[in-house]
Design a protein around this ligand. Structure first.
Ligand SMILES: CC(C)(COP(=O)(O)OP(=O)(O)OC[C@H]1O[C@@H](n2cnc3c(N)ncnc32)[C@H](O)[C@@H]1OP(=O)(O)O)[C@@H](O)C(=O)NCCC(=O)NCCS
Length: 159
């Protein structure tokens, strides 16, 4: 699971108890998961279909830095299922888990559409496809194409 997104808990994110408001956290998770699903299915038209039970394991306080992690656990025909975890960035203490979030890939009419994916798409795959799509046609013998290299060290699930 990759923890890409960090959030800094600020006064406007708190509940009257002085800890992180669950609604703020759920909004961040839903957006993070939607971005993950968009990148995996290569389509902006995705909607949240289902969220399993949410376990608020421990609270976060003002000033805490938390990080959101996502991973795809299942690729269906039109849907993708994700697992989500939130933890304190410094202590690694778990704050929340969601075992199952389902996003559905839609067509231009808002109907479920096959996404064709069967496994996690990694950043280098997307980048290399972008390179292929945008590769300039060499103009004469002097044309030199800059070589862009993604090293394996940079490879992360597209997220
Ligand atoms: C998303 C929506 C178009 C799906 O319509 P639908 O008639 O349920 O479509 P389907 O029955 O064909 O199911 C679509 C996919 O969702 C999955 N799905 C449907 N209900 C599900 C549920 N309760 N739990 C898990 N997955 C579910 C199906 O298994 C299918 O996946 P697959 O093709 O990979 O097997 C429709 O339910 C909808 O518009 N919901 C509102 C979405 C929304 O507004 N979300 C909040 C804002 S983003």
């Amino acid at each position: 699971m990759n923890f890409h997104t960090r959030k800094w808990v600020k006064p406007e994110d708190l509940n009257p108890n002085g800890t992180l408001f669950g609604g703020s956290l759920l909004r961040w998770i839903d957006e993070e998961a939607a971005i993950y699903a968009i990148c995996q299915m290569d389509n902006q038209r995705v909607v949240t279909k289902f969220m399993s039970e949410i376990n608020f394991v421990s609270s976060a306080r003002q000033g805490d830095i938390i990080e959101l992690g996502m991973t795809a656990t299942h690729f269906g025909r039109t849907s993708i299922t994700l697992r989500c975890a939130v933890r304190n960035k410094i202590t690694r203490k778990s704050i929340l888990t969601v075992e199952k979030m389902v996003f559905v890939n839609l067509d231009e009419h808002g109907e479920p559409a096959p996404h064709g994916r069967t496994q996690i798409r990694y950043a280098d795959e997307a980048f290399n496809r972008y390179r292929e799509d945008s590769r300039p046609v060499p103009q004469g013998p002097a044309a030199v194409e800059e070589e862009l290299v993604v090293t394996r060290g940079e490879v992360d699930s597209l997220h």
